[in-house]
Design a protein around this ligand. Sequence first.
Ligand code: ADP
Ligand code: F6P
Length: 323
Amino acid sequence: MKRVAVLTSGGDAPGMNAAIRAVVRTGVSFGFELLGVRHGYAGLMAGDFIPLGARDVGGIIQRGGTVLGTSRCPAFLTEPGQQAAARQLRDRDVSGLVVIGGNGSQAGAHALASLGVAVVGVASTIDNDLPGSDVTIGATTALDIALESIDRLRVTASAHGRVFLVELMGRTCGYLALIAGITGGAEAIVIPEIPQDPEKIATSVREAYARGKSHAIVVIAEGAERNADALSQYFTQHAERLGFELRVIKLGHVQRGGSPCTFDRLTATLLGTAAVEQLRAGRHGVLLGMIDGQVTPTALRDVIGRRKPLDERLIRLAQALAE
Ligand code: ADP
Ligand code: F6P
């Protein structure tokens, strides 16, 4: 019998549970034995495994977070840490591992593959910065949450004629801020990919009021060269000259905690199932993602150390529509 283990690693993302469920149920249907690894690579190094049957993953498809737990694990960055993790799998006769996670987690999957572990990655991070998938599991739910918050902020901003600076997550990637900014009708969008002069942002805000708007929403990525704190400090210092004050809202982890939307549940289900199919077919060392609507494998060695660029057309659109 084939024994397959599954873990979630890095930042949790809505849809991870749907992926775990798909891995387990598909594996069971193939006659495999399934093991869950708790708390990502930390649990793998420590040998923290639990058996998983089809019923153990009931009632989780709609839940955010990850029932297996996750971690950031610096010890796994070292070769002894990776050797220890590979040994735990060998000792239990595990013949395949599914790693559900983002950039760093897939770098970890590649390290294990280099040690001879048959590993398949599933692209999951709210940041959507992972090459090998047009949209990663969790990003769409995080966007829906951000958008709802922006819509609500606009209501109160309009009532008072206020300016709101809304900071979104994304690490060094501006995807969440760009898409939430476009779909939330922001007056200005600030992302790491495009350095912006604070005076230009102030001009966008002032022009919005001059055109008769009763509010201004600036969506800013946490990884922007000048983040929300820096920008707010600049605007406060120059408040008199600029003619407006602003309020800062950092959405932070709220974005990660939601129940996965339809798209994330479906993507997670498709990718989780495909991961086990890959292992059954003897194919591994790949990351599974969705490209042009299709489940697509990309060699892990082609994914690691790379960042997915933002769509230039969307950047231009954001600039054009902020009028
Ligand atoms: P994410 O997977 O969401 O990008 P991290 O970057 O925090 O999250 O990565 C999760 C974990 O993956 C790290 O804590 C570490 O254990 C492991 N990891 C990250 N980068 C590497 C790497 N270059 N080589 C091996 N393991 C890595
Ligand atoms: O990678 C997902 C993410 O939510 C990033 O957007 C954010 O910068 C980071 O994780 C926050 O990490 P933590 O939850 O460890 O504070």
